[in-house]
Design a protein around this ligand. Structure first.
Ligand code: WTA
Length: 654
């Protein structure tokens, strides 16, 4: 088995680094105290943390209301404003502290202080109000990773509007689907941007999306002039960002909202072919972001924090927009890609901006090892003190390289397990306390009661494997699937597991002899390709909507860098499989088709044609067999019960 997939290498553990542990926010004593408090008085534990870490406009009396479980309500009668917590409350203490160091694709650096961020947010919030955006209105943000994207998010939060950021790599169709599902009347975007030296004409894509919408769907499209590129602007509907903020005040009184007021919706893949709108609350979400900044990332006021995730994913929401701003950090945001103009870019940015906390995905680490394992040695990485990973399991080999070559064996690595739905880190080392095991996200953070259970909801015990659950409600948990409470209940709180009491993560996990958690992968049909979450059914329906395709089945194939890659089996209409002459062009066409339907991240690496797909007599596609074929593994199971056993042989042929 390749190193990437033998992740439960348990051979070595790394004790907390003494130098680091001396100044860590959470010491062993503090950890013990937090855990004891969470064990003995759960409501007080969370109540006290919420009271101390959030600036409330109106304090709360009720910590947790479970009367409509699993629709839990936290700090219900409290009132706050999240943008106030991210900006205003730092104005007295550190108005001139740099909030954001932005490095563009071509290396131009722009910095924004907290005071400047305040003015930008107030102005844009006032501009939104002037256009008619009201509390609870949905605003879709389709922008590249930028200061303005953060400003747009915080401006929505300021006026109580609910943002829904759509990752810039999603296609016009995906954008249109999300606008309609959220019933958004406003869209914030850019004319275009540069990434990896390539130009992306975003407004053109937006115009394609608008063609798919009912004509009265959008009241306004706000376009930030990010690059020197003309674009079409429809009069009365399309407004330039600069015009929107032209004659408005730079003071905007925050709209104080109830704790449970939705802060944002973020669409994510959910193994039913239809992305779901993960709806987060205001106070509970914010609390999770703040606490994990302090506990897991050990935030210090002197830190330069850099999370490389795009604003379009949950990691970009919690550890770019909300977490770092709420604690008053200075953070780096980078518009480009790690490999442009060369594979030293990340290391040069760390040196240039003296990054102290660096948080990235295992995929990026693996890609950079491959492109130049020695390159980091050309940069001065001595500013680093803590490293993190997220999004997928990290293989021990990549972990060790990260630890030794990037961290020089003096920076702890926090391998953080969490999900769009959990809002913040759930299982992660506390860097001054926890001994690390490469590939394990170690233990739940204080207040999180995670377990690994069998199909009946019973603990598997040390050495066992099963399904990862969280046994008690927690503040940062998402509140529902936007517009679909039933889906929320049935997908995340199924009756079979502890009578709907446990939150079901959808991941399989292993508990080793020392009680460490090892997250192994998804139990459903979700793939993690370069850390991006993709739904096989969504890709299948995209392929099946191509005029030449009758049917498609998609599975994941292990990939040394991306973790997993998309492998598609397709059947053409009328059994007309392509000839050797046409096969490559049809593959290219199908890849582009998926790119247009969903986005480039979902394009299949492998496409294999067949006259039909292996199915049971009841018509169910045998995905397990397809997975074996994709991996080039021998088929050992009995296939005599298949409707069409001959399909196997054909699909096994390249
Ligand atoms: C996977 C990303 C192993 C897991 C924040 C989860 C991980 C899914 C880890 C959520 C990790 C995330 N180790 N697997 N440290 N972190 N995952 O919603 O399968 O994009 O369910 O959130 O990523 O992906 P999402």
């Amino acid at each position: 088995m390749s190193d990437l997939h033998s992740i439960t290498d348990n051979s070595k553990s790394f004790a907390p680094i003494t130098e680091f542990a001396k100044n860590a926010n959470v010491t062993p004593e503090k950890y013990k105290e937090l855990c004891e408090k969470a064990n003995t008085n759960y409501a007080d534990f969370w109540g006290e943390l919420a009271y101390n870490n959030i600036t409330w406009n109106k304090n709360f009396n009720s910590v947790l209301n479970e009367s409509e479980a699993p629709f839990y309500k936290w700090f219900e009668d409290g009132e706050l404003n999240v943008s106030y917590n991210c900006i205003d409350r730092h104005l007295n203490t550190q108005p001139n502290k740099v909030a954001i160091i932005f490095e563009s694709d071509d290396g131009v650096v722009t910095t924004v202080t907290y005071r400047e961020l305040y003015i930008k947010v107030c102005k844009f919030a006032n501009g939104l109000k002037l256009l008619g955006v009201k509390k609870s209105d949905r605003v879709v943000i389709y922008m590249p990773h930028s200061i303005e994207a953060i400003v747009a998010m915080l401006s929505c939060a300021r006026i109580g509007a609910i943002h829904s950021v759509v990752f810039g790599g999603f296609s016009a169709k995906s954008l249109a689907d999300r606008i309609m599902d959220a019933d958004a009347k406003y869209l914030v975007t850019v004319n275009g941007y540069m990434r990896g030296g390539k130009k992306f004409k975003v407004k053109d894509e937006v115009d394609n999306a608008i063609k798919l919408l009912p004509s009265n769907q959008l009241n306004n499209v706000i376009v930030q002039n990010r690059i020197d590129e003309s674009c079409s602007m429809q009069i009365h509907r399309d407004e330039w960002w600069d015009d929107v903020i032209k004659n408005v005040s730079d003071i905007c009184t925050p709209e104080f909202v109830a704790s449970e007021h939705p802060l944002f919706i973020l669409y994510t893949s959910g193994s039913t072919g239809k992305p779901k709108g993960v709806q987060h609350s205001s106070a509970g979400y914010l609390l999770g972001a703040i606490l994990t900044m302090q506990w897991v990332f050990d935030y210090k006021t002197s830190d330069i924090f850099w999370c490389t995730a795009d604003i379009g994913w949950i990691t970009g929401h919690t550890y770019v927009c909300y977490g770092p701003m709420a604690v008053g950090a200075t953070q780096v945001i980078f518009e480009g890609v790690p490999t442009y103009p060369n594979a030293s870019r990340f290391w040069q940015i760390i040196e240039k901006h003296k990054v102290s906390v660096f948080y990235t995905a295992p995929t990026a680490i693996r890609a950079l090892i491959k492109l130049g394992a020695d390159l980091p040695n050309q940069s001065d990485l001595s500013s680093l003190r803590l490293l993190g990973t997220v999004g997928e399991p990290i293989n021990p080999q990549a972990w060790r390289w990260y630890y030794e070559t990037i961290g020089k064996s003096r920076c702890p690595i926090v391998d953080t397990w969490w999900q769009t739905e959990t809002g913040c880190n759930m299982l992660a080392p506390l860097p001054g306390v926890t001994a690390l095991k490469p590939g394990s996200c170690t233990f739940p953070i204080p207040g999180i009661f995670a377990g690994i259970v069998d199909e009946n909801g019973h603990n598997v015990g040390l050495g066992g494997s099963g399904s990862l659950v969280i046994k008690k409600p927690f503040p940062s948990q998402f509140r529902t699937v936007w517009g679909d409470n039933e889906r929320f209940k049935s997908a995340y709180f199924p009756v079979e597991i502890a009578n709907s009491k446990y939150y079901l993560a959808g991941d399989s996990a292993h508990l080793d002899a020392d009680g460490y958690f090892w997250v192994l992968g998804r139990l459903d049909d979700i793939l993690k390709v370069s850390g991006h979450r993709l739904d096989t059914m969504e890709i299948e329906s995209a392929l099946a909507s191509h005029p030449s395709i009758a049917e498609a089945a998609v599975v994941g194939k292990p990939h040394d860098i991306k973790g997993e890659s998309v492998f598609a089996f397709v059947v053409c209409k009328n059994g007309k499989s392509p000839t050797p002459d046409t096969v490559e062009s049809l593959k290219t066409e199908l890849r582009n088709w998926v790119g247009n339907e969903i986005g480039a991240i979902a394009k299949p690496d492998d496409i294999r044609f067949g006259d039909n797909l292996p199915k049971t007599r009841s018509g169910k596609i045998m995905r397990r067999l397809l997975r074996n074929i994709a991996r080039g593994e021998a088929i050992t199971q009995d296939i005599s019960t298949l409707e069409n056993p001959s399909s196997i042989e054909q699909l096994q042929r390249e």
